[in-house]
Design a protein around this ligand. Structure first.
Ligand code: 5GP
Ligand code: MG
Length: 164
């Protein structure tokens, strides 16, 4: 079983994010974590970057709307966006990027609040298997998982990623 320590990945993500924000000349960005794993990762990054806007969160659950077809359809539940989205640069954070459907749903939700100046995507794990044209700007680690495998965050001391 592969075990990857998480702390160095978070430190590297924070560095990559600062560099990207500086390169783009982004001022006063806001961060949004996707429940539940994404909120945990976002909390760490939000602290490292010392962002002034309070951390926001989106709650997205999966449901199946068609039993004849295996497909996961992310649905957005009530969210906490404690800042104005209009013309703001948003950093969207999730723990794992797989098909891209969660991020698609999250962006729909964000656009219901207003028109952001830009959206940056940061994920702890990029696991392949995309079904939509969505890629992350900042990635902690890339894992090539086969069908049936998933990545699990365990810890807390030390926090590690395990592939099962
Ligand atoms: P997607 O919508 O891109 O297919 O899946 C991403 C969402 O599903 C993430 O919010 C994540 O919580 C969850 N997810 C997908 N694959 C994995 C995995 O291998 N491990 C964990 N822990 N979560 C996953
Ligand atoms: Mg999730």
């Amino acid at each position: 079983m592969t075990q990857t320590p998480v702390e160095p990945l978070l430190a590297q993500m924070a560095g990559d994010l600062s560099a990207l924000l500086e390169r783009r000349g982004v001022e006063d960005p806001a961060m949004v974590g996707i429940h539940t794993g994404g909120v945990w990762v976002a909390r760490e990054l939000h602290r490292s970057l010392g962002l002034e806007q309070p951390l926001g969160s989106l709650d997205i659950t999966f449901y199946r709307d068609d039993f004849t077809r295996i497909g996961l359809h992310p649905q957005v539940k009530p969210s906490d966006i404690p800042f104005s989205v209009d013309e703001r640069h948003i950093i969207l954070v999730d723990d794992v990027l797989h098909t891209g459907r969660t991020i698609r749903a999250a962006m729909n939700e964000i656009f219901d609040y207003g028109r952001p100046a830009s959206v940056i995507l940061a994920v702890l794990v990029e696991r392949g298997g995309r079904e939509l044209p969505i890629e992350a700007d900042v990635v902690g680690t890339r894992l090539q998982l086969v069908l049936g495998e998933h990545v699990k965050l365990t810890g807390p001391d030390p926090l590690v990623l395990e592939v099962h």
